[in-house]
Design a protein around this ligand. Structure first.
Ligand SMILES: Cc1cc2nc3c(=O)[nH]c(=O)nc-3n(C[C@H](O)[C@H](O)[C@H](O)COP(=O)(O)OP(=O)(O)OC[C@H]3O[C@@H](n4cnc5c(N)ncnc54)[C@H](O)[C@@H]3O)c2cc1C
Length: 477
């Protein structure tokens, strides 16, 4: 599909999607280097946003703010951003025709919906005699770039990672640049940015949460993380401290380039940066799993696990969603998710395991709930994380390994500082007793101002009994 032919007298339309930045943007750089005039467009895709039940959605506000910033940056550089609202499969070909461009340029997206949308767009453009060029941008390695010696996709992470590291060379994290003088000015009056209200959404608590959108938001967060990266391997598992990067929302919407993150990690070259790089490799791994095995979007990676029977008790599910299970670490995690749209990785593992292996609820229910609430929701990583936790995935947690929510809590939030942040009703309970508050005597409950069943729920299940039930269920499959 790639046409390296110099087309200096021609016009292109660059279509932004999951890459809301000007710097180090592969497709955009190609367009600027090969075309005289480059128009830019972003479409609020109704096929996606109309599906969102909650009209106070942090992701939509984040995108909207990032688009606002992107438009300003493009105007400053002599260009503009055409912002459309509707279905891209018709809007993009119509716009390309109207602008009389020879080519539409964009970056790859690996999700099933995006692939079918791009196919439709490509076909329509072809009918109009317009070419469609796409580039790798959101992954370091994609599709068939990392395969086994037998030319098969990897289904186990460690050998995938080893090969990923072996093949990595500077060309994979090169900085993509382009002459900004080729940005074309569209008549901006025709393409004003619709307001959030025009889009049918309302403002969220993003500002209160200090989640800053756009490239500058990403850069600020990255600058704050770089000095902490060296300690990542020691701190990343403790939700009560600032040990992780919180960059996932920026990676999700492409307000930061993954190549920039790889360059930073390689430059630091220590234990912390190597552990962090490992996480970026997990990201590529799950992109590749979804690409090679799209059936995971609907069912178990290992198809035999589709037969697994769940109890799916709606009351237990509602208690989990509301952070009212009586297990403080799970409740604090779920409240963090619904109040902020973020959940720490350790807590994603604990709460996912709890849903599937303690509450006996289908992992797809949890996957769907996370997909509605996570600011960084990404089909491949979310599905990978859920299938890992449910033991149905490619390189998953073995089915007989079941997290104990009490010991996980004692180990990773020993002082209960994270729990107290989201479960203030437990704030007076000492660290040694906060992980299983139902064991407090009646006197202690009075003393610590937390009466179980009144101020905080009694546990909705008994972990020991649930564990035995789950082992039997998985064994039967
Ligand atoms: C059940 C479950 C659901 C998850 N859902 C998502 C999701 O929808 N979107 C998402 O980006 N991540 C998901 N993850 C992975 C991980 O929890 C988040 O990427 C991480 O918590 C984001 O925080 P951070 O940016 O501070 O990560 P850091 O620890 O700073 O890691 C840096 C980056 O590496 C990537 N990364 C880290 N861990 C993973 C992983 N296990 N798999 C894939 N990429 C990873 C992310 O892009 C992350 O931003 C999920 C994990 C589980 C167990």
């Amino acid at each position: 599909m790639l046409n390296t032919h110099q087309q200096s007298d021609k016009k292109a339309l660059f279509w932004f999607r999951r890459d809301l930045r000007i710097h180090d943007n592969h497709g955009l750089s190609y367009a600027l280097n090969h075309y005289e005039s480059v128009f830019c467009v972003f479409v609020f895709d109704r096929n996606i946003i109309n599906q969102l039940k909650n009209k106070q959605d942090r992701r939509v506000e984040f995108i909207w703010r990032s688009i606002e910033a992107l438009k300003q940056s493009l105007i400053k550089q002599g260009g503009d951003l055409i912002v459309l609202d509707g279905a891209p499969n018709s809007l993009i070909p119509d716009l390309a025709k109207q602008l009389k461009v020879q080519t539409v340029v964009t970056n790859h997206d690996y999700e099933p919906y995006a692939l079918s949308r791009d196919n439709q767009v490509e076909t329509q453009l072809k009918d109009l005699g317009i070419q469609f060029l796409t580039f790798k941008d959101q992954a370091v390695f994609e599709k068939n770039e990392i395969l086994t010696a037998q030319n098969k996709p990897y289904t186990v992470f460690t050998p995938y990672k080893n090969n990923w590291l072996k093949q990595l060379s500077s060309q994979h994290y090169t900085y993509f640049d382009g002459p900004t003088k080729h940005f074309a000015k569209s008549s901006s009056l025709d393409y004003l940015l619709p307001s959030l209200t025009d889009l049918g959404f309302i403002e969220t608590n993003l500002t209160t949460l200090k989640i800053k959108a756009g490239e500058s938001g990403a850069q600020e967060l990255l600058n704050e993380f770089i000095p902490r990266m060296s300690y990542y391997h020691e701190r990343r598992d403790f939700p009560g401290i600032r040990g992780v990067s919180y960059l996932s929302i920026h990676l999700r919407f492409g307000t930061v380039s993954v190549r920039e993150l790889v360059r930073q990690a390689l430059q630091l070259d220590n234990k912390g940066s190597a552990t962090w790089l490992n996480e970026l490799i997990w990201r590529d791994f799950y992109f590749a799993i979804l690409w090679h095995f799209p059936h995971v979007a609907h069912g178990a990676f290992k198809k035999e696990w589709d037969e697994l029977v769940f109890e799916n008790n709606p009351q237990l599910f509602n208690a989990w969603c509301s952070g009212l299970t009586g297990y403080p670490i799970v409740d604090a995690a779920m409240r963090q998710l619904t109040q902020t749209g973020f959940m720490h990785n350790r807590l994603r593992m604990i709460s996912a395991s709890f849903l599937v292996k303690d509450l006996q609820i289908d992992w797809r229910w949890g996957e769907a709930f996370f997909s509605e609430h996570l600011n960084d929701f990404d089909l491949s990583a979310n599905n990978g994380g859920w299938q890992w936790s449910a033991s149905t995935g490619c390189d998953a947690q073995p089915w007989f390994r079941i997290f104990n929510p009490i010991t996980q809590s004692e180990k990773f939030d020993s002082e209960g500082s994270f729990i107290k942040r989201y479960c203030p009703e437990l704030k007076d309970i000492p660290p040694s007793k906060i992980h299983a508050p139902w064991l407090l005597s009646a006197l202690e409950q009075q003393q610590y101002h937390c009466v179980i069943g009144h101020d905080y729920p009694a546990p909705i299940i008994d972990h020991k009994i649930a564990r035995e039930k789950t082992l039997a269920r998985y064994k039967l499959n």
